[in-house]
Ligand binder design. Structure first.
Ligand SMILES: *Cc1c(COP(=O)(O)O)cnc(C)c1O
Length: 477
């Protein structure tokens, strides 16, 4: 049997050796400290980050699983949940937990609604949830894990959830309806009040996914931006997810899930009372719960505070407005809808946006390629105050280059459908397979690759390619 490429270390490596190894490796990564990443990383500035890290470190090894051992962590968690409930206009009945991220918060919201319905609506044997197609795939993960059916509903012409169509979609087995504040792909608020009204009328749950907007919308609303109500002020909303590790600027591994009351949250908990190891109760998905993440979440809210968040939100919106104006000034690009906060996506019917993406990547910028329709996606945060001017200059230059690109050499051009996150690293065999089908396409050209995938989108072949890709990227190269 052949052995794996990297063997288990027989001797401890030195600090110097490890740091050298990592430092070199890390050069491959996007330079987010210079504002080059318009996704994935949110940075509140070195000083604030240092403070959060210091408090995280105090709990580096601590486990919040058993609150009798670490009551301080249980208190920090409860305080954090309470601070978030206040931010989202909840009353003293609101309950919640810190989770490891938006996905865990969403998994829990779906599981809780499912188990609540199992108890209170036992006649429903095949529960479903009604969800706009722009909602985050974490929901589809949850539906899959928890065996809940879902009814995807097309967006309105404004790229927001279409409440009339959602109402139509609700049937006798529907137990929850979902809206995003805002949606990740286009940064657009779904009409939460109308969605929640359907929930109330039909006596079902309503989850608001404020993972990306939760720590931006309340602040920009205070700054005078027009933001429709999306939180517990809206009658009918039963749960809210909000990621502290996004615009809350905490260390990675922290989000919050909130429920309207304790009676609902009870269905979130896991319990097994017959274990040899004793009665086992666990509030969230994970067993061991990283103390550092909980302390870090608390430290971010406490150490940044309303004044700090307002300052960062104002700066972020100023940068967003500048970038937005620059995009609007380029005739070839069109922003999708009217973004409500600091997330935007643009399309083009004059040039291939994936070719433009390749050109921007060459200059070190990192962002998302999206599909249906093909767009480029930018999440702007506080750090981009350092990079906006350079980005705008590069964007203008790259648009000119992209326009020179001969669209006709693509297997399909403007109808292409992209696969988010699949950038340059498809297995070479797969690429070869597709190159056969079209002439004059270069391997290093992701625009071309996306074009070819457009032909396959929605087919089993595409799923196979993505599974291959995930296997490759999760293995030693
Ligand atoms: C990021 C995000 C999620 C998922 O959160 P993770 O922290 O990546 O697990 C869910 N919904 C929306 C709207 C998001 O932006």
């Amino acid at each position: 049997m052949s052995r794996p490429k990297i063997l288990f270390p027989l001797k401890a490596a030195s600090r110097e050796e490890m740091l050298k190894y990592i430092t070199e490796k890390k050069l491959k990564d996007v330079d987010w400290k210079k504002g080059k990443a318009f996704c994935l990383v949110y940075h509140p500035g070195d000083e604030r980050a240092k403070l959060i890290k210091e408090i995280y470190d105090l709990y580096f090894s601590d486990n919040a699983l058993n609150p009798t051992a670490t009551p301080s962590l249980a208190e920090l968690e409860a305080e954090t949940v309470s601070m978030c409930a206040d931010l989202f206009n909840g009353d003293e009945n609101v309950r919640g937990n810190i989770t490891t991220g938006g996905t865990e918060s969403i998994l829990l919201a779906v599981k809780t609604a499912r188990d609540w319905a199992k108890k209170h609506k036992p006649h429903i044997t095949k529960p479903n949830m009604v969800i706009p197609v722009s909602a985050h795939p974490a929901f589809m993960k949850a539906f899959h894990y928890f065996n809940v059916d879902f009814i995807p509903v097309a967006l309105g012409n404004d790229y927001r959830a279409n409440p009339a169509a959602m109402r139509e979609a609700v049937n006798k087995d529907t137990i929850m309806i979902i809206g995003s504040a805002p949606s990740y792909p286009h940064g657009l608020m779904d009409p939460i009040a109308e969605i929640a009204a359907i929930a109330k009328e039909k006596n079902i749950f309503c989850h608001v996914d404020a993972c990306i907007g939760g720590f931006m919308l309340p602040f920009i609303k205070k700054l005078g931006y027009k933001i429709p109500d999306f939180d517990f002020t809206v009658d009918g909303v039963t749960s809210i997810s909000a990621d502290i590790h996004k615009y809350g600027y905490s260390s990675k591994g922290s989000s919050v899930i909130l429920y309207k009351n304790a009676a609902i949250r009870k269905f979130q908990f896991s319990l097994y009372t017959k274990w040899n190891g004793g009665v086992y109760g666990s509030p969230t998905m994970t067993g061991t719960r990283p103390g550092g993440s909980i302390a870090g979440a608390w430290a971010a809210l406490k150490g940044i505070g309303m004044d700090g968040y307002l300052e960062m939100a104002e700066t972020t919106m100023n940068v967003t407005n500048k970038i937005k104006a620059a995009i609007e000034s380029i005739n070839d690009l069109e922003i999708i809808g009217h973004p409500d906060m600091s997330i935007l996506a643009f399309k083009s019917d004059k040039l291939d946006v994936f070719k433009l993406a390749d050109e921007l990547n060459k200059k070190g910028w990192h962002f998302e390629r999206q599909q249906l329709p093909p767009t480029l996606h930018f999440t702007i945060n506080y750090i981009h105050r350092l990079a906006a001017d350079e980005f705008i200059a590069d964007l203008k230059e790259c648009v000119i280059t992209a326009k020179k690109f001969n669209l006709e050499s693509l297997a399909s051009s403007l109808q292409v459908k992209a696969v988010k996150g699949l950038s340059k690293i498809l297995p070479s065999g797969t690429i070869a397979k597709f190159q056969k089908g079209s002439s004059g396409v270069k391997k290093e050209n992701t625009a071309a690759m996306y074009g070819m995938m457009g032909v396959l989108s929605g087919t089993d072949d595409l799923e196979e390619i993505v599974l291959d890709f995930l296997d490759k990227i999760n293995s030693v190269q």
